[in-house]
Design a protein around this ligand. Sequence first.
Ligand code: NAI
Length: 337
Amino acid sequence: MPTPVTLIPGDGIGPSIAEATVRILAAAGAEIEWDRQVAGMAGVARWNDPIPEATLDSIRRTRVALKGPLETPVGEGFRSINVALRKTFDLYANVRPAYTIVPGRFADIDIVLVRENTEGLYIGVEHYVRIGDDPKAAAESVAIITRHGSERIVRYAFEYALAHGRKKVTLVHKANILKFSQGLFLDVGRMVAREFEGRVQFEERIIDAMAMHLVMRPEQFDVVVTTNLFGDILSDEVSGLVGGLGLAPGANIGANAAIFEAVHGTAPDIAGKNVANPGALVLAACMMLEHLGDGTRAQRIRHAFEGTIRAGTVLTRDLGGTAGTDEFTDAVIAALG
Ligand code: NAI
């Protein structure tokens, strides 16, 4: 029985890289029944809504989505797409793997960053503070860290480590200064870590030191777990260590749904030119296959993809080649054997 999956091709280069990804998965024999839906500008064009109910209904049904990049319409009245998806499905874990395909400055990076996606400084509770005549004399943003939110994200990181044969979880915090909010995250993290003692190693790093260690000796890190704001920044940092966003997949995981995506945007400068690199979405689809229990096929696709890049003869422009999206996709399919 094919597995139903919601496919949101997205805007800009989205439809082209989504098509490439669908072709590669089909060539690898993945049995998926795509339920094609729209969001972003395509959602506005069809339903006057960047995140249409029909799309949400599809994800409620399939519980798994593969999403291309979306353009958030500018202007009043439109909901933020990513926030709407995160809230609707309580997608609390943002998972961003980054690993070396072609050795550059670093030979052997293999990091999975797990970011808390729903709490912290990003809950959207902000206001100005009037002082005297100045209504905007100051501004306040509230960071909420809960025991429940901290426990489930750290537990997710440890369980991910166990499921993927990884050895160590590094918890990143700033509890030395933010003694209550970050202190709670650290306390809960230590408590969860004790449950995994002897199975997964645990270490703690303060965020500023972590930022430095990541650029000095990133090979030492394995699974990294942290709060929302720190995770937002560190996840782009680790992508940069392995060649930028063009090869960066991401997953947003909740208890009842999971959405897999390319981290980059719609690349309006190259949309419609058949030059986009579909790599990030292909790697996101591999994460999706693993989530669906088809890890062997995910590995096969990754192997073909990495082999094509290492061979270096058919590469898209962002990787230093001259091939178009279609030609690169054909090369990956040929490498599947
Ligand atoms: P972008 O990631 O779209 O583009 C930045 C640069 O990277 C551009 O030069 C682009 O050509 C290049 N690039 C990106 N993906 C590529 C690929 N697969 N292959 C080759 N080159 C690639 O970032 P930008 O320009 O800041 O954002 C454009 C639009 O994308 C905006 O409307 C933004 O809101 C949206 N966006 C959507 C995201 C999502 O849905 N997850 C994430 C980030 C931005």
